[in-house]
Ligand binder design. Structure first.
Ligand SMILES: Nc1ncnc2c1ncn2[C@@H]1O[C@H](COP(=O)(O)OP(=O)(O)OP(=O)(O)O)[C@@H](O)[C@H]1O
Ligand SMILES: Nc1ccn([C@H]2C[C@H](O)[C@@H](COP(=O)(O)O)O2)c(=O)n1
Length: 206
């Protein structure tokens, strides 16, 4: 069984996917971490994120390994665990540049399609481009203000700046972020995490 959870930035995709996967007893997979891993490598190796050929060369030289773990996914580059370096301001600013390239997206999608068995996967285009055959599809939204409020509880940042950055990332990611036609849309603005998880599980088990 494949369950896809797509949605806009900071809408709760990874928190919901992790909880739903735990309830279903299957792994959860975070596609955004692969894009974030490439952005991290770009910053480290001083590669231009707008140069697709250079990015493809980078992932050939420094292959990334996505490891689904119950407590969260990890991204490794050889013997180096990059996981702790993926949710920084710099990566947030770079990642949409990386994610706009079709051939780089093909590379990411190929890594994801190697995942075997049942799983819950989250991202932007999991229910559309990558796993159109999924058994259940969800698309999470929340107002930019609510998403910014949730983010500042995790990171000590200015709420206005966080909201502006989220709006900008939504715009940059819009091309690959349309909901699947058969996805259940959930506006989480006024729902707790428990409510969203319960709604998803109810629909999956129906
Ligand atoms: N329904 C909810 N109610 C309250 N807080 C929530 C809810 N959903 C998620 N959160 C909180 O909002 C924050 C962002 O959630 P999360 O990281 O899961 O979003 P995301 O969509 O995976 O983000 P990103 O796109 O940046 O990877 C987390 O602190 C999470 O605990
Ligand atoms: N399937 C995906 C997953 C992610 N992206 C891009 C867009 C985001 O800005 C970035 C980071 O993802 P997040 O951690 O916010 O889920 O990666 C994408 O284009 N397609």
């Amino acid at each position: 069984m494949i369950v896809t959870i797509d949605g806009v930035a900071a809408s709760g995709k990874s928190s919901v996917a992790a909880r739903v996967a735990r309830e279903l007893g299957v792994p959860f997979v975070s596609s955004g971490l692969l894009y974030r891993g490439v952005a991290r490598l770009c910053l480290r190796e001083h590669v231009n994120p707008d140069d697709e050929d250079a990015l493809l060369d980078l992932v050939r030289r420094c292959p990334l390994d996505l490891r689904p773990r119950e407590q969260g996914n990890e991204i490794w580059c050889g013997h180096q665990d990059l996981t702790g370096e993926l949710h920084t301001h710099e990566v947030d600013e770079t990642v949409s540049h990386v994610a706009k390239h079709p051939r780089l997206r093909d590379w990411v999608n190929e890594q994801l399609r190697h995942v075997q068995g049942s799983f819950v996967v989250e991202g932007r285009d999991m229910g559309t481009a990558v796993f159109p055959q999924a058994n259940a599809k969800f698309y999470l939204t929340a107002s930019p203000r609510v998403r910014a409020q949730r983010r500042v509880q995790e990171r000590d940042e200015d709420i206005g700046e966080v909201e502006a950055a989220l709006r900008l990332r939504d715009e940059k990611d819009a091309a690959q972020s349309a909901p699947a036609r058969d996805a259940v849309l959930i506006d989480t603005s006024n729902l707790s995490l428990d409510d969203v998880v319960a709604n998803v599980l109810r629909a999956v088990r129906a």
